[in-house]
Design a protein around this ligand. Sequence first.
Ligand SMILES: NC(=O)c1ccc[n+]([C@@H]2O[C@H](COP(=O)([O-])OP(=O)(O)OC[C@H]3O[C@@H](n4cnc5c(N)ncnc54)[C@H](OP(=O)(O)O)[C@@H]3O)[C@@H](O)[C@H]2O)c1
Length: 307
Amino acid sequence: MSQKRIVIAGGSGFVGKALAGELLRRGYAVVVLTRSPGKRSDAVTEVAWDGKTVGDWASELEGAAAVINLTGKNINCPHSPENLRSITASRVNSVNALAAAIAKSQSPPSVWIQASATGFYGDTKNHVCNESEPNGAGALAEICRDWESAFTAVDLPRTRKVTLRIGFVLGREGGALPVLSRLTKFFLGGAAGGGQQYISWIHLADLVRMFVAVVEQERFFGVFNAVAPRPVTNEVFMDELRQVLRRPWSPCVPEFALRLGSWFMDAEPALVLMSSRCTPERFLASEFRFNYPDLPEALKDLCRKVK
Ligand SMILES: NC(=O)c1ccc[n+]([C@@H]2O[C@H](COP(=O)([O-])OP(=O)(O)OC[C@H]3O[C@@H](n4cnc5c(N)ncnc54)[C@H](OP(=O)(O)O)[C@@H]3O)[C@@H](O)[C@H]2O)c1
């Protein structure tokens, strides 16, 4: 029997690399759509696309078991009007290109998993958001609204559609954790901007297991919050990280210092100052088993020395 093929658009990044590795281990053939195909050391096939127009890459979707779209310009840049436009365009264009390609295919993918983000809910303050909460306000919420609207508008009767609203992904080799760990080791790991804003985090390994579960089980459809069950405040997050890294104390980082630091680092302070308190209600209801439901164990796993 031939291998089942999974196409990951934007699969060259932080989440895509981990996901591709797990899918290969599980016996799938993995195709990554990328703007810069090159030599990879693993068994992934890279195919060129531009993320916005249908091209030769569309043939990879023919008969695929799944298409997973992780494409998007990184949001950790100053949220100037121009950057916000390209952050949104990179996401919406990729959805539209995949939709047009699938619409033309004879044998469309069985499932399309589309990345979105918990930024959909805006600044949640202390309010707990499950998947039924409406779209919030602010730049990130608007990006997610346009991104998800493009996906919702796609009518593909033969393809199951699933959206994962992904939280703050914790991994060893990407995302914000390596940066936070370095700062913490230099005694700069204090609570940021008051520290009462929530972080809806998820261990990369659990996120990858969510993608696999959605690919393999037809009962998953619609929108899911892809976060761990127990979000924590920024203060608790930094405290746990300091404990794991054995740096018991650090001064707090007031908002003005955070804004200044972000300016020097060409980053966006809102990503740290905004509260995101989300729960994975639909994954819990589906009895998805989290390997890392609590932050201390997730951080211990990710911060231990790898031999
Ligand atoms: N990491 C997180 O904490 C997190 C949280 C919430 C949501 N998400 C969402 O999950 C998805 C994957 O996240 P990630 O951390 O793996 O992101 P990533 O490392 O930045 O990878 C995204 C990929 O998108 C492609 N890309 C970037 N800019 C593009 C553009 N202008 N046009 C077309 N393609 C472009 C790149 O692939 P090529 O350069 O190879 O074309 C890149 O490898 C993203 O959509 C992200 O918004 C991530």
